[in-house]
Structure formats: C-alpha cells, structure tokens
Design a protein around this ligand. Structure first.
Ligand code: ATP
Ligand code: MG
Ligand code: FE
Length: 336
C-alpha cells in the first residue's frame, strides 16, 4: 500500500510517499523559515502564498523521488488541522483534487496524531498501547495511544506550549526564529544549575503550565539589564532548558507509573532537543519503560508522518468525506 502524504499546516510545504506505513520512499520538505525569520515568527498570509507556489512542485518531487506515478498511489493523506487556516487549505485542496481526479480515498489527518506516528518510522517494532509526550510549537500534552486509531488525552498545557516558551524566550534574547534549536545551541556552553527558574508542577499531575516559567526568564533578563549587570546568556538558556525538561520528564514518569505502559514516545518539534531526549530516556529506564523518539528530520513538520498516519486510517477504513474542511483548532484525543 502506497500513501501520498501532504502537509501544509504552518510554514513547511511537505509531501512524501510511504509504503505500508513504515517505509519512507520520499520525503520532500520546502521550509519557509528563512522567509519568516525577518519577522521573528510565521506571518500567516505570507505562509499561505508560499504554500500555493510550492505545493505542486513539492508533490511532484515526492512522487518522482519515490519512483511511483500518481496512479500507483492507494490513498492521499493530508493534514486538515490544527494549524493556520489559509495554510491548511492549500494542502487540503491539492489533496482533494488529486484524490478525486484519480479516484483514490482522501485521508484527513490530525497533524498532532501525525507527529506521534513519526515514531513508527524510526522504530519498526513499535505498536500501541504506549504513552506519548507531544511537545510542539503549539501543543504540550500527555496522551495514551491505546490503538492505531484511538487516543486518550491524559492532560495538556493550560497556557503556553513548550515550543512556544522556547520561541518567545529566544525572541527576547534576540535569537532568530525558530528559537528552540538556538536555545539548545547556546545552552551547550552554559550551566543548567546557574539560575533556579520556577517549575510549575500543578495539582493535576498531567497538566502543564509554562507561562510562569517563561515570564520568570524574561523578568530575569529585564532585571539584570536594568541593574546593568552583565548577563551570561548561555547560563540563562541552559537553566531555562533544564527547567522545561525537568517538568516534562517528571510528568512523563508519573504518567508511566499511573498507566503501567512500558513505552513512551516523543512527538513534535521539541522532541529534537537532546537534553530532553537524554533526560527522558534515563528517567523512563529507571521507571521500567523505554523511550522512542523520531530522527531529527521527522521531529519537526514533515509529510512522512502524515502518510504514516494516513496508512493506518486507510487500513481501518477511516476515509474522509469530500467536503472535509480545514479545522484550525482541531483537538487531540478526548478528555478522560
Ligand atoms: P504544532 O505541531 O503544535 O501544530 P508546529 O507544527 O509549529 O506546531 P513543530 O513543527 O512540531 O511545531 O515544532 C516546532 C517547534 O519545535 C518550535 O517551537 C521550535 O522552536 C521547537 N524546536 C525545534 N527544534 C528544537 C530543539 N532542538 N529544542 C527545542 N525546541 C525545538
Ligand atoms: Mg514549522
Ligand atoms: Fe507540528
């Protein structure tokens, strides 16, 4: 079974062909990062326009790289939410047109479920049930993946997402967008114990809050500047990264213990963070579980994960209607 995956929810135009849900035949990503960098973040209207320019060349390249024709494809999987509405509509319209014209099923994919499914590419033996820590630019959640098509929300963030905190702090520090990789790089030369930023643990063990931590870092930078004290930026980056990952790891371990699940997977852009990977792998091991994470290119937005998710929908006969619309605030799982 060959699935064509299409992704355009934010600032990456991506297409991919995946065979039998786990073999990557092609992975094309056209990133707009350099365009949005001068504005310090994604400008929705510019993103939509760039998607329109790139979508067909990217899809053609994905088919060409995979050495398959459109007629050989068994289904077209596409992100229909969450994301920027104008951006989503470009990929969704292209997917509908291709699926309709070739008589293949349309598979509307939840982008966040896609992030989770990136792990099936990296670990060919991974099977539900397992726990997922979704840490992306717009989301932070702990999820029980009970089957290939069933997801149970354990808890999520009340305010900022982990990636959003990285991006906002980076912006205040004058680092380019996206901030996560920049903070990680800067943190390599810093002392993670230098500054004790607050770690909000909350009463609900599976809920997160990062806005207090974010404000505390920004206030620290502000106060030091006002007092004309030299700031060790690497120490700030390392200490913030330490605080965020402490919370993510502690809550994940609580979830491992509460659910008894033996595997935890990382999903979303922040999964690329080595400190998070290393700390979570060690803590999971101590709790009797194993950590799986995607390779770096599959942590951030891509269409491989969308094709992979689409394959399991195809197998289960979960086909989308032709009037499927973009859902900018599409939710993940359900509240248990
Ligand atoms: P969502 O998936 O929630 O819709 P998104 O698609 O914009 O949001 P992703 O592409 O999954 O987000 O991830 C991008 C985020 O990951 C950004 O916030 C970025 O700063 C962060 N990120 C990427 N690499 C790293 C890293 N090495 N360390 C920390 N954060 C990182
Ligand atoms: Mg992006
Ligand atoms: Fe994403």
């Amino acid at each position: 079974i060959y699935i064509l995956g299409i992704e355009s929810s934010c600032d990456e135009t991506a297409a991919s062909v995946v065979k039998n849900g786990r073999d990557v035949l092609s992975n094309i990503i056209s990133s707009q990062i350099s365009i949005h960098r001068k504005y310090g973040g994604v400008v929705p209207e510019i993103a939509s326009r760039k998607h329109i320019e790139h979508i067909m060349p990217v899809i053609d390249a994905a088919l060409e790289d995979a050495k398959v024709t459109l007629n050989r494809i068994d289904g077209v999987a596409v992100t229909y939410g969450p994301g920027l509405v104008g951006a989503l509509l470009v990929g969704l319209s292209a997917a509908k047109a291709l699926a309709w014209a070739t008589g293949k099923p349309l598979l509307g994919v939840n982008h966040l479920e896609g992030h989770v499914f990136a792990n099936f590419i990296n670990d060919k033996n991974l099977e539900p049930p397992f726990l997922a820590l979704v840490v992306s630019g717009g989301h932070t959640a702990l999820l029980k993946v009970t089957g290939y098509n069933s997801f149970e929300m354990l808890g999520q963030t009340r305010d900022d997402a982990a990636g959003e905190a990285f991006d906002k702090i980076a912006r205040v520090m004058g680092l380019p967008y996206p901030g996560g990789p920049e903070i990680e790089k800067l943190a390599l030369e810093g002392n993670p114990k230098a500054i004790d930023f607050p770690r909000a643990m909350l009463d609900d063990p599976f809920q997160f809050s990062f806005s207090g931590m974010k404000s505390s870092v920004i206030n620290y930078l502000h106060n030091e500047e006002q007092a004309r004290r030299p700031v060790n930026r690497a120490d700030v980056a390392a200490s913030f990264q330490e605080a965020v990952t402490d919370v993510l790891v502690q809550k994940s371990v609580l979830a491992v213990k509460a659910t008894g699940l033996k595997e935890i997977v990382l999903a979303g852009g922040v999964s690329a963070n080595k400190t998070l990977q290393n700390k979570l792998a060690a803590a999971a091991k101590k709790a009797g579980a194993r950590l799986v994470h995607p390779t770096k290119i599959l942590c951030t937005d891509n269409a491989v994960m969308i094709a992979c998710r689409g394959y399991y929908m195809y197998q289960a006969g979960v086909i989308s209607p032709w009037d499927l619309n973009a859902v900018p605030a599409l939710k993940l799982g359900y509240k248990s």
